[in-house]
Design a protein around this ligand. Structure first.
Ligand SMILES: C[S@@+](CC[C@H](N)C(=O)[O-])C[C@H]1O[C@@H](n2cnc3c(N)ncnc32)[C@H](O)[C@@H]1O
Length: 311
């Protein structure tokens, strides 16, 4: 229990509101006097003063010679992609999810997640959050996935549209087919690095997979989105597009192995129809039923990487 966590997440709420209201965008080009900032945002002055002062107290803004500016710390976090403290606006994914989490009492009664619409802005926040989560672990994950693989390997990255893993696979010389939803594929097409052997395919992996054969199928953080039946069918479909001896790699939060699992489970309760977190025994059964051997488990930053070969 952490009693100190039982408080309003004030920083997330204030910074999130400032991003949504366009405060950081307005100041990105340079410092502005409060009156000018008020005009640009079409803001109420009393409200703007309260939020700007709070952002200054939190270290995101500073005021010099009557002008409000972004602090260098906030600049590095939001805009400097090469800085170790870079976040972009990945935290806005958490901010937008607050609305759904606040409906948990109702979901406890109905068991049904509210239907969600994803605006282009929310899609960008989601993609940034995926990028942030993958940034530190992708090199280790990819190296483990490719251990002992033929060179160059043919890789199917299932639900890999954010491209965080595909670009690392491609960096190893892999030919990568990335399957994702039409929405994500059309947004990410322009982000494929020039010359990278990455092919984006729009589709629904609960229905069909791009024709193989592949040496490796990578499933990064997708098995928690779906229920046991969909996951079982997915592994069966994967066995049909993998080479004999081909490998499946599942990166996810495994129930009973990751301390994050109970919270991810509630997250999927509020945001998906049948998603959750699944035990190693469940993964092993789905894999075995589909003709794969027992998975080897690697622990990577609160997540598990399960590797199994097709018998
Ligand atoms: C949680 S993200 C994980 C992204 C990436 N694999 C990673 O680990 O960073 C899940 C991805 O799967 C995609 N996805 C979910 N359901 C899908 C489906 N039925 N068919 C294709 N893509 C799907 C989403 O659009 C999203 O890009």
């Amino acid at each position: 229990m952490d009693h100190s966590a039982l408080v309003l997440p004030e920083e997330l709420l204030i910074v999130g509101a400032a991003v949504e209201a366009g405060i950081f965008d307005a100041l990105r080009e340079g410092a502005l006097p409060r009156e000018r900032l008020q005009d640009v945002l079409g803001a109420d002055r009393r409200a703007l003063d309260a939020v700007v002062d709070a952002l200054a107290a939190l270290g995101y803004l500073q005021e010099r010679e009557g002008r409000v500016a972004i602090t260098s710390q906030a600049w590095k976090a939001f805009f400097d992609e090469n800085h170790p403290s870079y976040l972009g606006f990945s935290f806005m994914h958490a901010y937008t999810r607050l609305q759904t989490w606040l409906r948990l009492p109702e979901i406890l009664r109905t068991g049904k997640a509210p239907s969600k619409e994803r605006s282009p802005e929310r899609l960008q926040y989601f993609l940034q959050a995926m990028r942030h989560n993958a940034r530190k672990i992708a090199p280790d994950v990819v190296a483990l996935c490719l251990e002992g693989m033929p060179s160059p390997p043919d890789v199917l990255d299932v639900g890999g549209g954010p491209l965080n893993y595909a670009t690392v696979f491609a960096g190893y010389g892999a030919r990568v087919t990335v399957l994702d939803t039409p929405e994500v594929v059309s947004y990410m097409q322009r982000c494929v690095p020039p010359g990278a052997a990455i092919r984006l395919v729009a589709g629904d992996f609960t229905r069909e997979l791009p024709e193989g054969p592949y040496h490796l199928a990578f499933l990064g953080n997708i098995t928690h989105i779906y229920g046991p039946d969909e996951n079982q069918s997915l592994f069966q479909r994967l066995a049909r597009v993998l080479d004999p001896g081909g490998r499946v790699a599942v990166l996810d939060v495994v129930h009973g192995l990751s301390p994050r699992a109970p919270f991810m489970r509630v997250n999927m309760l509020v945001s998906s129809r049948g998603g959750g977190t699944w035990t190693l025994e469940q993964y092993t059964t789905w894999l075995n039923n589909a003709g794969f051997g027992a998975p080897r488990v690697h622990h990577i930053h609160l997540r598990q990487l399960l590797l199994a070969e097709k018998a």
